[in-house]
Design a protein around this ligand. Structure first.
Ligand code: ADP
Length: 267
């Protein structure tokens, strides 16, 4: 039964021109439950962005299977059921904040039918006062808020976020984490979130997927049993019940177990 989760089995991805003995992703197995918040963490180059792009239907794969609630990534992509928030928000500079957030409902029937109003979304990310400003008048954190509000405007079944907060200062980052959690909790969205921060992964997620490099694989999935809703106290850092140490140890193990290409050839 795959209708209630994202199911990835034996996923392998090689880039053209890349080393065939070192695929970007190799034999990745992963299950992500509906409405779960899952983080991907691992060393640079272990395939986190590639995995997001394959799930988003933006990148093909060579082997294995990816099912998003019983559909292929391309089917989901055509239905506009998958949203992607990159590290650097791509806002349209000639549109105001409100017009940027309203864009999905202008161009997409699904968003018009199911989405929240742009004003509700702006309120949710604390930007109601900036509705008539233009992107160049905003700070980095404000631009990322607009991108998140716009992504939720599509009412995506799956929201993929690729290090969305990595360029922000700590205080802004914490504020956005809380707003993201509130938006996610009130909507039926499954989030897959790439981060380099162990603390961010643990405080936001239901599960932390630790990946290893050379080639990119799932090393371990660490369940996070912290209660929800998670408030400022949880996000700003205490009582993570040793989970951060657990993820750090797993990352160390992933680093030490990086498979050599010869191992792959023998498999
Ligand atoms: P991460 O997001 O974990 O840093 P990526 O998914 O960006 O990792 O990259 C995984 C591997 O695939 C890296 O070795 C990278 O060099 C390679 N790679 C990524 N994109 C391309 C591409 N378009 N063409 C060739 N190789 C790529």
């Amino acid at each position: 039964m795959t209708d209630d989760h994202i199911e990835i089995r034996g996923l392998t991805k090689r880039y053209e021109g890349g080393d065939p003995g070192r695929p970007a992703l190799y034999d990745v197995d992963l299950d992500i439950r509906h409405r779960h918040f899952v983080s991907l963490i691992g060393p640079s180059g272990c395939g986190k962005s590639t995995l997001l792009r394959v799930i988003a239907g933006l990148e093909s794969h060579d082997g294995g299977r990816v099912s998003l609630f019983g559909q292929t990534p391309l089917q989901m992509c055509r239905r506009k059921a998958v949203g992607l928030v990159p590290q650097t928000p791509a806002l349209l500079p000639w549109l105001t904040v409100r017009q940027n957030v309203a864009l999905p409902s202008k161009v997409n029937r699904r968003a018009r039918r199911q989405g929240d109003s742009p004003d509700e979304l702006l309120r949710a990310v604390g930007l109601d006062d900036a509705a008539h400003r233009y992107p160049h008048e905003l700070s980095g954190g404000m631009r990322q808020r607009v991108a998140i509000a716009r992504a939720f405007g599509l009412r995506p079944d799956v929201l993929l976020m690729d290090e969305p907060f990595s360029a922000l200062d700590e205080f802004t980052r914490e504020a956005l984490q809380l707003q993201l959690l509130a938006l996610w909790q009130s909507r039926a969205t499954t989030v897959v979130f790439v981060t380099h921060s162990v603390h961010e992964a643990v405080t936001l997620s239901d599960r932390v997927v630790v990946m290893s490099a050379r080639p990119g694989r799932v090393h371990e999935v660490v369940p996070v049993d912290l209660p929800r809703p998670r408030d400022r106290e949880a996000v700003t850092g205490f009582r993570t019940n040793g989970l951060e140490q657990r993820v750090r140890a797993s990352l160390q193990g992933a680093w030490e177990s990086g498979a050599a290409p010869d191992d792959l050839v023998r498999r």
